[in-house]
Ligand binder design. Structure first.
Ligand code: IMP
Length: 180
């Protein structure tokens, strides 16, 4: 049975999106991506740590040739962004001339995405598109263009399904929202 509430430290979260809603939306996203990249090999770039679960589920639903790279960045401390994006682990493959699909867990201020796109553009790919499971438009500070957005959500901290609070909660199959 789905837990309706969870606690991390002193913070209480309530269920926001359950596993079946998430998986149904991922199926729709995969169908949309697949339709648009029928004749193109995709270079997937997944942003660790948060996007690991979303990437695994999305890729299993994509029936097109693709390869996978992980990039690791960090900008958060607790529930607040530090505004500074650190690339901790870089790319493996040469992405020159490739069609990149950048997979993010959540686009909040958009600072991480902006920084990543700049870094990826330096690789001279043929194209870059962004797929994010969650988008918080109220918080955007940088111009963001998310081509494939799973859910547009309000400005409240969320955990689960890859997303964490100080390292906790990534393993939850559902997404929970901080209770105010
Ligand atoms: P941005 O640079 O502010 O757009 O933040 C992007 C990154 O911050 C995401 O990839 C997440 O790792 C993290 N993040 C932003 N909002 C949340 C949240 O509500 N829960 C957990 N992590 C978040």
């Amino acid at each position: 049975m789905t837990k309706q509430e969870i606690s991390i430290g002193e913070r209480v979260f309530r269920i926001y999106l359950d596993e079946s809603q998430i998986q149904a939306r991922i199926r729709e996203l995969a169908a949309e991506i697949q339709e648009q990249y029928t004749h193109t090999e995709l270079a997937i770039v997944s942003v660790l740590n948060g996007a690991f679960m979303f990437t695994a589920d999305l890729l299993r639903k994509l029936d097109i040739p693709c390869n996978l790279n992980f990039i690791r960045v960090s900008s958060y401390s607790g529930t607040e962004t530090t505004g500074k994006v650190k690339t901790v682990m870089g790319l493996g493959d040469n992405l020159s001339g490739k069609h990149i699909l950048l997979i993010e867990d959540i686009v909040d201020t958009g600072i991480t995405l902006q920084e990543l796109i700049q870094q990826l553009q330096a690789e001279q790919p043929a194209s870059i598109r962004v797929c994010a499971l969650l988008v918080k438009p109220e918080k955007h500070q940088a111009p963001v263009n998310v081509h494939y957005a799973g859910f547009v959500i309000p400005d409240a901290f969320v955990v689960g399904y890859g997303l964490d609070l100080d390292g906790q909660g990534r393993n939850l199959p559902h997404i929970y929202q901080l209770k105010s």
